[in-house]
Design a protein around this ligand. Sequence first.
Ligand code: KG4
Ligand code: ZN
Length: 341
Amino acid sequence: MALLAFETSCDETSVAVVSEGQILANSVSSQIKLHAEYGGVVPELATREHLRNLLPVAREALNNSGLGVEQLEAITATRGPGLPPALVIGWRVAQAIAYALNLPLISINHIEAHLYSPWIDEGLSSANFNAFQPNVSLIVSGGHTLLVHVRGLHDHTVLGGTLDDAAGECFDKIGKLLGLAYPGGPVLDRISVKGNPAAYQFPRPLLNDSTDNFSFSGLKTSVRYFLEKNPKLKEDDKQLPDLCASVQAAIVEVLVKKTLRAAAHQGVDCVTASGGVTCNRLLRAGLAAACDKQGYSLHLAAPKFCTDNAAMIGILAEEKFKSTNKPSTIDADIKPGWTLA
Ligand code: KG4
Ligand code: ZN
């Protein structure tokens, strides 16, 4: 079957065409530069940009796919969670197209799409669900930090999540304290390459507690106090890489150790990770080294499928529709607070 997929839950406008587990097209228009000026996503601006860009992005995706509208067999979109005024654009457009073409509409939970994105093979751009293994999955982005036990396709339990800030939010807020461009995550990653991760000791919150929960706001506060006491450090080109590397090391150590500990508790042989922060080089290397040492197989979402994209929405929608054959009701509303079951 061929599906047209929409993703507008935050600040990427994305449309994809997928068919039989293959990604025929995946167009993404990022709003990062627009929001950078304000140091974070401005919902009103995001909405206007989605409105402006959605149809051109959809036209590009359809052109790239080589399919005509008459070949589409289903429409899918992110229904939640996300920013309500942003979500509503993609969801309403998907509803209108499904209604006009009399096609089934499949609603997708954005977090669940991240959860299965490690099974999209980057080189082949196709879903590799044949290789699926029960796993413990880390979903780590600007809005979420979750550990999930995935027993089978569409059979999972959330083990824990952040009690306050998400890991990506922590990277971005500390980036702001350090005077770096938004979003801070990729900038910190880049600057850290030249730094010493042991130069400064920042807290590793909840590292040794018995739950699968995370907490990152205390780390951010401790960096803030540290910078208030040492105001010159961030302006010093020689010290900044050490600061960035030390902050990154604290965040990544917590993510890696808690993920591996959850995998051991659940008795799985496989670990996966997805979401924007999974682009981080130290996190990728840290998970790879720990999984190698402890004998787990590791599936990391490919960097281009870590940040928000419609391909992961389409891949999950096709898989779900084939296994359940259940479309959404055409007039269903968005679900901004939709949690992962
Ligand atoms: O998944 P995503 O595109 O959007 C959300 O659903 O939140 O993730 C965006 C987040 C931002 O916080 C960004 O700073 C972070 O992912 N991020 C990174 C890196 N690339 C993106 N964080 C650390 N290192 C990176 N290389
Ligand atoms: Zn996301």
